[in-house]
Every structure is written in C-alpha cells, then in structure tokens.
Design a binder for this molecule. Sequence first.
Ligand SMILES: Nc1ncnc2c1ncn2[C@@H]1O[C@H](COP(=O)(O)OP(=O)(O)OP(=O)(O)O)[C@@H](O)[C@H]1O
Ligand SMILES: [Mg+2]
Length: 600
Amino acid sequence: MLWNKYLKKYYKRYAWLYIIGILTLIGVDLIQVFIPSLIGGIVDMLRGDSADLWRNTNDILQSCLMIMFIGIGMFVGRIVWRFTLFMASQKIEAGLRHDMFLKGERLSISYYHQNSVGTIMSWFTSDLETIEEFVGWGTIMFIDATFLSVFALIFMFITCWQLAIISLAPMILIIFWGALVEKLVTAKWMQRQKAYDEMYDYSQESFTGIRVIKAFVKENQQLLAFSKIAKKNQDINFSFGKLYIMFDVILQIIIISILTLILCLGGWFVYQAVTSQPMTLFGQVIALQTPGKFFEFIGYFDILIWPLIALGQVVSMRSRAKSSMERIANYLGQPEDIQNPQEPFLLENVKGEISFRNFSFNYPHETGAVLTDINLDIKPGEKIGVVGKIGCGKSTLMNILLRLYNVQPGTVFIDGHDIMECDIDSIRRSIAYVPQDNFLFSDTISNNIAFSDINMSQEMVEEAAKFSDVHDDISEFEHGYKTISGERGVTLSGGQKQRISIARAFAKNAPILILDDSVSAVDVKTEEKILHNLTDERKEMTTIVIASRISTVSHLDRIIVLDEGKLEAFDTHANLMKISPFYKRMVHLQELEKEEEGGQ
Ligand SMILES: Nc1ncnc2c1ncn2[C@@H]1O[C@H](COP(=O)(O)OP(=O)(O)OP(=O)(O)O)[C@@H](O)[C@H]1O
Ligand SMILES: [Mg+2]
C-alpha cells in the first residue's frame, strides 16, 4: 500500500469499502482453492470398471454441483469486490484531484512562473491515474495474490509436502527477479514521465501559439522540433516496453520450468505408486499416489501461477505509483508563500486611499529590483494615470496592491492599513482589476462579465457592458450574451476582449479599480467614451488607469510617471509639463508619432 498523509484520510474515509471488498476477495480466494480437490476426487472416481462408475455416479454429481456452487459464489463475490474496491480507488483519485486543484488555487503566482502548465497538468492526469491504478488494481492484486498463494500453498503441502518443497525452491527466483525489475522500472518510470511532460509542454505551447506559428510560416520547424521530442518519448517507451517483455518472458520461463518439474516428478511418484508401491522421500511415504491427487496438485499450482505473476506486477506497479505520489506529495506540500497574517485586519468599507512608503520590490527568485524607493499617496476617489516606458514597472506597481506577492511590511497601505497585515481576500474584494492580457474564460460572455458574482442580474451585466461600450457589439452576435468566448476568447476581437474585461471589472463595483493598459486596442473615440463613463460613474471611487498613450490619461486628476522602476514625478498633466522634462519629452515624442502617422 501507498501510505502518506495525503492518502491516509481517504483510506480512513473509504475504509468500509475496503473492508467489504477485501473480505469478499479473501472469501472468493478461499472457496476457489477447493476446486482442485473436487476435480481430483472426480478423476479418481472415474477410474475402475463400469460397476465402480455406476456406484460413484451420485458422488460425481455431488462434486459437480459443488463446483457449480463455488463458481456461482466466485461470480457474485467478484462483482462485489470489483465494485467496492474500484469505487474506493475512483473516490480516492477524485478526492486527491480536488485537493490538488485547491492547492493550485492557493499557490502563489510565482509558483506558476517556475513550473510549466504542462508539468502541472501531467500531475493531474497521468500521475493521478498511476496512483488510482495502484490503490485499485494494486490493492486487489496484492491481497488476491497473497491470500490465494497462501491458501494454494497450504493445500499443496497437505496434498504432497515433498513435491511442494521441491517446486517451492525455484519460486524464490521469482521474488529476486521481481525485486531486480522494480529497481529498473523506477528509474525508467521517472525518465518516462519527464519525457512525457516535455512533450505535453511543447504541444500545449504550440497549440496556444498556433496563430504565431502560422503567421511566421514555422509549421515545419515546429514539427521538426516536435518529432525530436516525440522520438525521445518513443525511445523511452520502447525501452520501457522491452523491460516489461523481458520481465514477462523470464517469468514465463521460470513458471514453465517449475511446471515441467512437477509433471516429471509427480508423474513418476504416481506411476511408482500405481505400478509397484508408494515411494518415500525425506523419510516419509509420498502421499501423491493416485492420478486424482496428481490432478489436484497441478490444480493448486495452476492457481498459484497468477498470484506469482501478480506479485511481480504489483512490485513494479507500486514503484511507479510511489514515484507519482512523490511528485504529487511534493506539489501538495509546497509552502503557500502568500498567506494571511496571524490576526488579519479585515478591510471593510474601503475609501480607496493608497500609499507607498519607501517601497522597493524585486520578483521572488530574481535579484534586480523592479521598483525602487517609491513614495506616493493616492487620495480616496482620485482618478490616477500611470505612464512610463515599456517594462518600467507599471503593471508591477499596481499588481502589488492585489497582494499577489509579499512585500516589505510598512511599505504599502490601503486606507492607512499595511497590506501585509490585512486579510488577503478582503484586499482583493476591494479591488477590481482589468489584467493587461485581458484573459477571458471559455464561457458565455454573460458569465464572464458576472464573474465576480454568479447571481448578478442580467440588467447589471448589460449595464456593465454599456459602460465599457461593448453592449452593441455583443447584441450583434447571433447568441448575444450567451455567446461562448473560445478558449482564451479567441473568437472575439482584441478590442472586444478588452472591453468585456473592463465590463467584468466594472460589474464588480469595487472601491478601487485598476485598468492595466486596457484601452490600448480600442479606437480613440471609444477610449474617450469609456474614460468619460469611468469618471462619471465612479465619482467617489478610486480609479487607476495604466496607459501607454499619454493622451489616455492626460485629463485625469493626477499622473504617476515611472522611469526604470523609479517615481519620476506625480502630479497633474499641466504641472508635469512644467516640472518633469522626462514627461514632457514623452508627450512630445508621442505627438511626433501621431503626426507621422497622420502624414502617412
Ligand atoms: N513575474 C515576473 N518575474 C520576474 N520578473 C518580472 C515578472 N513580471 C515582470 N517582470 C519584470 O519586471 C519589469 C517590470 O515589468 P512590468 O510588467 O511591471 O512592466 P510594465 O511597465 O507594465 O511594462 P508594459 O508597458 O510592457 O506593460 C520588467 O523588466 C519585467 O521583465
Ligand atoms: Mg504592464
């Protein structure tokens, strides 16, 4: 069995299924081993002349009936144990998957920067399946094989202990062989999973980026790279298969050798007993004296073959499941670095005041600071613009507010409360956020807009869509608000996606709204309309607009100007034009660009 804290609670929860299943399984094993003695008895009763046969008819019939009843018992028992034990393993798999999903939601963003989606997906699929296979099939095989072999061996010893001892000796070979294969399989299994992850990652990325691949006509190049990865996978699987075949073939050779030994020796014993007199071995008379007993003995060995093979398979199945479980346990045991403080302060009725005090930041596992020594105060209800060159830290500065990363205590405040001391959910509830990549879920537009509240009324959804000027577009779709946006919203235009994600944030009606470069894909007129709505509808609430065009934010209350992670200036547009040469230069450059575009 696999045993760790993540599985233990499920074993406890489904112990009743295991108990019923295992008891039935043992019961089936027990009745099964009576069949060879019944068959042996029939064989012996069939000997002699017709008068003997006639006398034995009733006994023969009785034995046949017994075999039939055992068969029916085995049939019913097998249904019961299959049902209960497979149900338990499926439930454990589902439970673990649930825990893993929950963990995935709790892990910080940085975890996803360090681990690829493909690798994580393979834990959710192939690794979980391997564990399910072991806790289901593995348990069955182990229990079945153990009890069946013990029962069969006991009966074998009763029938003829001398032959049982002789045939047992080569069976030890199987245990050694199994142990050796286990070592090889574990090593190979790791390689195989690694290769599989690589292939998964590559395919996933290729299909997500299919438009770029097509636009750059790089299909062949991608295919070539994929072939290499696929070949690696094939080679590893091939060597894995070879190992299995070798294991199987050698196992078969051992089994057939033992059977040959039994047939030769057992046959010789019976022949001697029938033609002259019973033989003695190890100082005692051999009990194997009739063809019926010989049949019986072979019957027990026949029963023993499956457990021997199963024990070998269980060994390798367990080592595979163990390495899969290690990966999953490692994932489930990851520290959750973004956590609530001991006594979190619950942010309520947020006014929307934001302050940064001597704030510096570098991403986890990175050394260079992305933001340095930021000091600024945003008053409640202010409409703030954020501008600066590409990669200067605009998104980072605002993402910090969502508490997606840990920051130095006493550096970032909302309504005067240090965000490191606040309840994380309450912080996130008070902020509506339009991400720069405008991610939408593969769901209806309506559900995407109502993401913050699944009970949101249709009126509210439409009001939010009107606010971000996308209502008319949606109304023109064949299925209106019920239109499903494709994976990552590919059926929608960039501008539509942007406006739907603005609607989603607006519908949340939070005291702080952050738009991260969210009007870049819409035309100037729509941009004006959305910004006008923003100032109109969110009069009392803080709104922060990150923009690449200065014209987008020039009429807002104040503008944060960032330059390479430093606060260059923070003032109104008019004042900035006077005090910040950097800002003035940006304005000038953008005007020149506009003129050039106009000229062309
Ligand atoms: N998750 C991350 N891990 C490490 N470094 C990051 C991460 N995200 C961003 N960076 C780095 O931080 C710096 C600031 O990035 P940020 O996204 O805040 O810039 P930005 O001003 O929003 O740029 P843009 O105008 O292109 O949106 C960049 O140099 C970027 O490479
Ligand atoms: Mg950005």
